[in-house]
Design a binder for this molecule. Structure first.
Ligand code: C5P
Length: 300
């Protein structure tokens, strides 16, 4: 194959319990994560052997070595010994500093594109590919699986949700919205760690809450939103909880923050007027707000 185009979905953390700090400085978490029907596109073409380049339609996206696509390319080439070259082009749609997994999803899309370009002779075993993904970013392994998943550890242990609870999530309409400001993930985790141990949800409690939701076939997606990182984000940016509270009380929707923010989401019932909710977001957060409707992707 000489050219390939790979969809890089955005994700939402519908449930994100941070359970404690690990000896390696990262945090252990238990999270229900859902990839969306909306995201970036990574296009790749075979290039000059040994050369890996990246261009992007958004000038705000760094196209240098800090970009996770280039880090993914280099890590994959080192792991496989592949000596080919590739030219990447990123169509950026997912806002950065949002907790929507854009950079991680792009990186995994790049790994999939490289596999397609290089052909089956240079393929890594699934566990080796997952190891490469985990080395690039905590959210990367998630994007190797499709559909709603449960993430554990630092994010490297990913399992599909059982079919019945996954069915309560797939196809659900969501409104994703982000204010004009971003939140840096290391900042959010550092603020959470400053409030330890009270800021963490004990692992047993997190697992019990998740198991209760999974085990109750009448439980809806609406019962899932929880996010340990809301506490530090909401303290610094009170406009986040103010708007979420308005959406809950005026539209009756379930809403929360995704990942380390600053993007938030509302779960929209099928007949809900998404335009009215979007208009409220824009009224409160102004024209710099990003708003996008999407659905939760099914597995596969
Ligand atoms: O792995 P990633 O590059 O996404 O992590 C960014 C930062 O977020 C880490 O440097 C760390 O401060 C924090 N983090 C964490 N525990 C996780 C994931 C991220 O402490 N499980």
């Amino acid at each position: 194959m000489s050219a390939v185009s790979v969809f890089a979905p955005a994700k939402l953390n519908l449930f994100l319990a941070i359970t404690g700090r690990r000896p390696d400085g990262f945090h252990d978490l238990v999270s229900v994560v859902a990839p969306l029907t909306w995201g970036d596109t990574v296009r790749a073409e075979a290039g000059t052997p040994g050369e890996l380049t990246l261009a992007c339609d958004d000038p705000a996206v760094p196209a240098d070595e800090t970009n996770l696509i280039l880090r993914a390319e280099r890590a994959w080439a080192a792991a496989t010994g592949w000596a080919g070259g590739a030219t990447f082009f990123l169509e950026k749609r997912i806002p950065m500093g949002a907790g929507l997994g854009g950079g991680s999803s792009d990186a995994v899309a790049a790994l999939k594109a490289l596999e397609a370009l290089a052909g089956p002779e240079v393929r890594l075993a699934p566990t080796a590919l997952a190891g490469v993904a985990a080395g690039i970013g905590s959210d990367c392994p998630l994007f190797l699986t499709g559909g709603p998943a449960v993430m554990r550890g630092r994010g490297e242990r990913v399992g599909a949700l059982p079919p019945e609870p996954a069915g309560r999530l797939t196809g659900r309409r969501v409104l994703v919205f982000k204010p004009g400001f971003s939140i840096a993930t290391p900042w959010a985790y550092a603020r959470l760690a400053a409030g330890a141990p009270g800021s963490y949800l004990p692992a047993a409690e997190a697992e019990a809450r998740l198991a209760a939701w999974i085990g109750d076939s009448r439980a809806k997606a609406e019962g899932l939103p929880f996010n340990s990182l809301e506490a530090p984000a909401f303290r610094k940016f009170p406009t986040l909880p103010l708007l979420l509270e308005q959406l809950r009380s005026d539209f009756g929707v379930s809403a929360g923050m995704s990942g380390s923010g600053s993007a938030c989401f509302a779960l929209l019932p099928e007949g809900a007027d998404a335009g009215a909710v979007a208009a409220r977001v824009r009224r409160e957060w102004g024209t710099s707000a990003f708003v996008r409707e999407a659905r939760i992707l099914p597995p596969g």
